[in-house]
Design a protein. Structure first.
Length: 441
């Protein structure tokens, strides 16, 4: 017979997550204006909200709802804290349900697990995308709304009109971040295509995808987006137009490699460990299996070296990607490291897909999730701010890795039993708690 704690464990964990989020926003987050915050705080001093949005759309950005929300909350830190806390909880809830709804686990459990995994992401990345006011409105909020909207395409399919309307609005608002749009709009088309082939589509599905596409079109065709591109190029990368497609692809892949091989990124470490364990039991050839195990093992050495205090000196020689600029043009080591990084990223993707081999639908979903997340980051290689945007541009990619990690947790339980899965979850929860204490310290 299950104990009282086992019966209520999910609710206890969710309560702990909610309290943690509240404490973080009361004690540690949003207590000062940083970087762009100060500019947005003064944006309405001499113009109306409408005038500001029109000028931004024409001269700088198509992110109309995002920038409207930003200038309205930036001077009210407590309003930002309350909304950001709600968006963080919505992000974790939506990610957990998207990845684990088919397992039958209650929402309290999946939300808590998603929060624990999110806290394993590199602190500098989370700060710029989730804790910094300007970054959070642009990235955490849009990603949270986007994932919530995608719940409409998964089970259960019996949502009422009001719930579907909320999903439609959330999906449309999420399109006002270009990277979120590049990941979720293709995903929505893929899901709609699958529903049509299964004769399970509804008018709401078509309406939601069409609404997402219309809002994405507003962002990508904004005249300000083109002007911003030219201004940013002149300021940050004057010779950007002289680069060819191959050069821009290489820069984009450099970002992907950085996101996957960052030794501070414990989410990737958890993903790699779970993939290692599951690949051992996967029905693949010995050569392929051995190759993946060796590469993943080397990646883990980077995390171990960082944990032991060896820092960049310990991890750089293992897998860190050296930028292939003019100074490195004649460096054979630089090109060898670039090739190794490409191979490492490919092995991580293949290992996670192989670990999901039990169901054709599952490994296809995992592969599509990873590729769309990585592509949304790699596309930044075609922006002149490729080296100036900071860690926030990695957030959508990390969200894709988080969804894949949640699926592997379910795989651990299926392959090794619930007790083994609980041990793994406990280790990740301890690491997440340590990251939370670092923020509070």
């Amino acid at each position: 017979m299950r104990s009282w704690f086992d019966r209520h464990m999910g609710r206890i964990c969710l309560l702990a997550v909610v309290l943690t989020i509240i404490v973080l926003h009361v004690v540690a987050l949003g207590h000062g204006l940083v970087a762009d915050d100060a500019w947005f705080a003064r944006a309405l001093d001499h113009q109306s909200l409408t005038g500001f949005l029109v000028s931004r759309y024409v001269q700088w950005s198509g992110r109309i709802p995002v920038e409207a929300a930003l200038v309205l909350v930036i001077n009210h830190p407590w309003a930002w804290r309350m909304i950001n806390a709600a968006m963080l909880l919505l992000f974790c809830h939506s990610a957990g349900r998207l990845a684990l709804a088919s397992t039958g686990k209650p929402a309290a459990v999946t939300t808590s697990l998603a929060f624990a995994l999110l806290m394993l992401v590199s602190p500098h990345l989370l700060y710029t995308a989730a804790w910094w006011m300007t970054g959070s409105v642009n990235y955490l909020w849009t990603a949270a709304l986007g994932l919530y909207g995608m719940l409409a395409f998964v089970e259960p399919r019996d949502r009422g009109p009001f719930a579907r309307f909320l999903c439609l609005l959330a999906s449309g608002a999420a399109m006002y971040n270009e990277q979120v749009a590049m990941a979720l709009l293709p995903a929505a088309f893929l899901l709609l295509g699958a529903l049509v082939m299964q004769h399970r589509w509804r008018r709401w599905d078509v309406a939601q995808v069409a609404f997402m596409a219309a809002n994405a079109l507003v962002v990508f065709t904004a005249p300000g987006s083109h002007r911003r591109y030219l201004d940013e190029q002149a300021l940050r990368f004057p010779d950007f137009e002289s680069l060819g497609i191959a050069d821009k692809l290489a820069m984009g892949f450099g970002l992907v490699s950085e996101s996957v091989t960052d030794p501070q990124n414990l989410l990737v470490a958890a993903l790699v460990v779970m993939a290692l364990v599951l690949v051992v039991r996967a029905p693949v050839g010995k050569v392929s299996k051995s190759t993946m195990l060796v590469v993943l093992g080397v990646l883990l050495l980077g995390h171990v070296a960082h944990a032991l205090g060896m820092g960049e000196a310990g991890s750089h020689g293992l897998h860190a990607l050296q930028r292939l600029d003019g100074a490195a043009a004649s460096s054979a080591r630089a090109y060898a490291l670039a090739a190794w990084s490409a191979f490492s990223v490919a092995c991580v993707v293949m290992a996670v897909v192989v670990a999901s081999w039990h169901a054709l639908r599952e490994w296809k979903a995992v592969l599509a999730t990873l590729l769309l997340g990585l592509a949304s980051l790699g596309a930044m290689g075609f922006s002149p701010t490729v080296y100036a945007s900071g860690g926030r541009i990695h957030f959508v990619c990390q969200a894709a890795l988080l969804l894949a990690a949640l699926r592997l947790v379910a795989g651990l339980e299926r392959e090794f039993g619930i007790q083994a899965a609980k041990v793994g979850i406990a280790i990740m929860a301890i690491a997440a708690a340590y990251r939370v204490l670092q923020l509070l310290g």
